[in-house]
Design a protein around this ligand. Sequence first.
Ligand code: SF4
Length: 452
Amino acid sequence: MPDILAPAPIQTVCDRLLTTYPNATYELDWQTPEQLLIATILAAQTTDKKVNTVTAQLFATFPDLPSLADAAIADIEAIVKPVSFHRRKAQNIQAVAQQLLTQFGGAVPQSLEALVTLPGVARKTANVVLNCAFNLPSGIVVDTHVARVSGRLGLTNQSQAPKIEIDLMRQIPQQQWATWGPAMVLHGRYVCKAKKPDCDRCVFADICPSATVSSVSTATTPQPLSTPTQSMQINLGDWTPWLTDELQKPYFQKLQAFVTQARAQGEVFPPEAEVFSAFALTSPSAIKVLILGQDPYHDNGQAHGLSFSVKPGVKIPPSLRNMFRELEDDLGIPPADTGYLVPWAKQGVMLLNAVLTVNAHQANSHKNQGWEKFTDAVIRMVSDHTDHVVFVLWGGYARKKTKLIDASKHTIIESAHPSPLSARNGFFGSQPFSRVNGALVEHGQGEIDWQL
Ligand code: SF4
């Protein structure tokens, strides 16, 4: 990402953070290091509150490692069912219990190298356990809150957790690592929130480089950016610094004129305020996956600016039904009764169409007017300025975009399109959802919870 912020002074950030949250810890309930390890494994992509309701029953039913190691897997699954990926997590926590007994003498090892050999334990989970159970400053826990607030404070311009952690470890004294993560999580959860950062009551307001811009340039409170010649609303949120130059190019000026005129002459989908929803919902610092579609849905009430997604209550279109069918075959997640994919977008799945507008009931009516140039520039920019993103290219049209992507640092998943015309020619059975998560895990990124 481009470096657009002057950082807040680190010593002042540390002092104020630890004064404001002196006893910060994670909101998971645990009594022993083993319980913290299990709770943290269960907490991936799930709220602490939900994990606490599950672990209350889990720890009562299986109060020690031997009882968990010997339990019937179906009994563990039944208890942890409310958390995401419950089957995989049930297997992991049982395997962890077994390995702690057979390889570590029935205790949680106190080294990062040993912890990450356990199933379902990556660096972040290991740091939580070492920081909180043993007060060992093994590293800094970087979750979505820490990543967001650190970026807003200008302490990092990286988008991937491992690189953010390295940036933070370089600046923050090691004796503060163990408390810095939980304190920043609390600050991100309750003050510097993703949607509406509460700068007015933030202890960093006078030193934060984002304080003055947060009300006009966050991912979720984007303001219209108008250009001199046309009146189309362009809400790019945090993408604005990346794309401002693109908006000034002659082709984009022509494109705006075309769309403005089309709206004057008839109905255009999606509604003007939703054309850039994919950008507003998935910021450049949050993007992990880019699923490329082609053209917005062209029937009433369907399109809302995310590829493949329809608004709540709208009948699920055939391509999306096929995606849900493949999701069930791939990960065992039953088809949702909604086609509203915003929860995916909020986890970092950018649902981008190549063309962002369409005339009502006229498929492809806005193709070759300039949108393709714009979205090609977006794909190129994501490829150039992020460290690892999984690009999902379904069908011949999307697969042509591989030339825009640096395959040496990104993952590209290609297959036939999920539409009824082609799903049986290579989409069904392609397992894109588990392959996406596999690539993310391989690169130290959190998995997507595909359940809606
Ligand atoms: S001043 Fe605003 S943007 Fe900066 S850290 Fe505080 S809440 Fe976040």
